[in-house]
Design a binder for this molecule. Structure first.
Ligand SMILES: Cc1ncc(COP(=O)(O)O)c(C=O)c1O
Length: 392
């Protein structure tokens, strides 16, 4: 019913992933016929219902200032309820200009220079940027790889909370880069620790929509996290490939926290939405779900293919099971080349652009990250090219 196999021409759309000039500025000289499997952006067109909806707006031809009208709130409430069993009240929701920007405003709203923020590493690099750009320290708590799956180091966390007293805990759920889905008891534990040590819990649920193996638990489900010290950030950007719309939202149940957060947004006049951004959320959440379900099936199959190809061609690498998302996290510590050496080698020699894990916040140095959110034939071609140039 949905076609994820046809190659979509993206070199002309000025996206960072496919723009040769941009890619060379990041990765050095890369051949013109390169295959990009790096930045978290998929090579699929957005759901037909979203494209049709945008076409109607364009056809109408007026793009005046807009506002957060009821359909926006209804879409978010309905989506969170039906997809994640989360009971969200309209008053909790605040539209924002992208999750990454919102991480920055959150730090500005709740921290002073010299404070610190707990995060479980390796983790998505803007978590650290958002802190450091405000003069706030990163309190890194390394995840433990147990049987090639990440686990929280609870003892160390409690020690760090007690001695460092961070203001915020940035918790990535599901976790980027590994795709690890946190269980309900783990979420409750994180929430309980935040309560005990007076830490505000900020949960980034951006990767919640691509669940490939397991069951996502929203911290807003009944019995999830405590609601009185919680900030949840998310967006439809990963799920429906809408990153360029730069629109997202926060859900904050507690009145006082929400007020402080909104004051910070108002200081920067982050009040009225981008017309395509607000409609993008409505269209995707209300009409994009059959597409999303079909896509997740496709991604599951790509993940299986990639795991098999790595076992066959690179048997000394170890890929974590991507329980969610379309990013593979691969331990290459047994390779004779470093992760940076491998990414350079693949980019120059094979024209395959992947990322090494060192740009993540800590503990990613021995990992490669491969974005498998692309057409299967392209993924196969990339793996073949990598295999052809690789010498252990
Ligand atoms: C954990 C995480 N949060 C946020 C984002 C970006 O979200 P947005 O497009 O809403 O800024 C990403 C993108 O890769 C991500 O991995």
């Amino acid at each position: 019913m949905f076609d994820f196999d046809t190659l979509v021409e993206r070199k002309s759309d000025k996206c960072r992933k496919w723009d040769h000039q941009f890619v060379c500025s990041r990765f050095g000289d890369v051949p013109a016929d390169f295959i990009p499997l790096w930045i978290a952006d998929m090579d699929f067109m957005s759901p037909p219902a979203v494209i049709d909806g945008f076409q109607r707006i364009v056809q109408h031809g007026t793009f005046g200032y807009t506002w957060c009208f009821d359909e926006f709130y209804d879409a978010v409430i309905g989506f969170q309820r039906d997809r994640h069993q989360a009971a969200v009240d309209k008053s909790w929701i605040t539209l924002t200009y992208g999750t990454v920007s919102t991480l920055h405003y959150t730090v500005q709203a709740f921290c002073q220079p010299g404070d610190c923020i707990m995060m479980n590493t390796p983790v998505y690099d803007p978590f650290a940027m958002a802190a450091q750009r405000q003069g706030v320290r990163v309190l890194a708590n390394p995840l433990k790889a147990v049987d090639n799956r990440y686990e929280l180091d609870v003892e160390l966390i409690e020690h760090q909370l007690n001695t460092e007293r961070p203001k915020l805990w940035f918790f990535c759920s599901p976790h980027n880069p590994s795709g690890r889905i946190w269980r309900a008891d783990e979420i409750r534990l994180v929430s309980d620790l935040c309560k005990r040590y007076g830490v505000i819990l900020m949960v980034d649920e951006v990767h919640a929509e691509h669940i490939l193996d397991g069951q996502f638990v929203s911290c807003l489900t009944p019995g999830g996290a405590a609601l009185d010290n919680l900030i949840v950030l998310t967006s439809p950007n990963k799920a429906f490939n809408l990153g360029g719309l730069k629109t997202s939202y926060a859900m904050i149940p507690d009145d006082a926290l929400r007020q402080r957060f909104r004051q910070q947004l108002e200081k920067n006049s982050i009040t009225s939405p981008n017309v395509f951004g607000v409609w993008g959320i409505i269209l995707a959440y209300q009409q994009g779900l059959p597409w999303l379900d079909a896509l997740n099936g496709y991604l599951q199959s790509n993940a299986r293919y990639l795991a098999d190809a790595i076992k066959t061609h690179f048997p000394h690498w170890r890929m974590m099971n991507p329980e969610s998302s379309y990013l593979a996290w691969i331990d290459i510590s047994e390779d004779t080349m470093s992760a940076t050496g491998l990414t350079e080698h693949f980019a120059r020699r094979a024209g395959v652009v992947i990322e090494d894990g060192s740009h993540y916040v800590q503990n990613g140095e021995n990992y490669l990250r491969i974005n498998f959110g692309t057409q299967r034939s392209r993924l196969e071609q990339a793996l073949e090219r990598m295999h052809n140039v690789h010498r252990r």
